[in-house]
Design a protein around this ligand. Structure first.
Ligand code: MG
Length: 271
């Protein structure tokens, strides 16, 4: 009986200790969100969550991928100028032009399309810096945002460990890509994104967004339901859905790294 009582007391102490840790986190204002996946329960941005397998893309160059704009596409960037783009306030962006590409300038802020879209097919090509600097989220970080807010992460994920739901082609904080099909730093890479926008009624989401994404021609998200927003809220928390208009710009992130973009086009889709 005495042994049983000691065991019970010990268990209570362990549980209380666990609660105390949570309490302390709560007192410090830290929010912790968890996600249940096929391979376990993980914190958002959990460094212990297994990274997806590495896959070498089948093509050596994006010229071989279906990257050329079809005749019914809205071409947002063909490498000749930034007339279709502004900063987030509608003014001239400080991103710079190179030979057939645009490049992020640290501190310049996001660049966004003048035109707005809802559900769409989006093609975009990008290159992280060939000179490797930094690590984890600090290496070649940018992002492609649908409707100005739902991020498909851009990151140099070639031999660069980070949290799995924040690596290249992740739906940031929401969905780990099926595989890591990143090319080497400095090489041109492609995203082909099929996005269906969320639908809101009042302050409620009545239809959540979906993403299908190909990274360098390899499927990395297979009609994934986006369970909420992708905005960074804390080390282990991301934003919820917040009602918004039916259309929004395509935005590219300034995360302080000189990431390049080229060949960007959109085809509008029915919801
Ligand atoms: Mg990013």
């Amino acid at each position: 009986m005495r042994t049983v009582l000691i065991c019970v007391a010990a268990c209570v102490l362990v549980i209380l200790a666990g609660c105390a840790t949570t309490e302390q986190a709560a007192q410090k204002g830290e929010i912790r969100q968890y996600v249940d996946a096929d391979n376990g329960r993980w914190l958002i941005h959990d460094m212990n969550r297994p990274a997806p397998a590495v896959v070498k893309p089948g093509f050596e160059s994006t010229q071989d991928v279906a990257g050329k704009a079809p005749s019914d596409a809205v071409v947002l960037f063909d490498g000749t100028g930034l007339s279709e783009w502004t900063d987030t306030k509608g003014g001239k962006s400080k991103w710079i032009m190179g030979d057939g590409y645009m490049e992020c300038v640290k501190g310049s802020g996001y660049i966004q399309s003048r035109r707005e879209f809802g559900s769409c097919q989006l093609h975009v090509e990008f290159a992280t810096p060939s000179r490797v600097q930094g690590s984890s989220q600090g290496r070649g970080n940018s992002g492609v945002f649908l409707m100005g807010q739902y991020e498909v992460q851009v990151l140099d994920s070639y031999n660069n460990r980070t949290y799995a739901d924040g690596q290249c082609s992740a739906l940031y904080g929401r969905a780990v890509p099926l595989v890591n099909s990143s090319r080497e730093p400095g090489e041109w890479q492609s995203y082909d994104i099929i996005f269906h926008r969320p639908v809101f009624k009042g302050d409620k989401v009545v239809k959540k967004a979906t993403f299908t994404v190909f990274h360098n021609g390899v499927l990395v998200h297979d009609h994934v339901l986006l369970t909420g927003g992708t905005g960074w809220k804390g080390p282990h928390a991301i934003s919820d859905y917040v009602p918004h208009e039916d259309t929004g710009p395509i935005s590219l992130q300034d995360h302080g790294n000189p990431v390049r973009y080229r060949n960007i086009w959109v085809r509008e889709l029915a919801d």
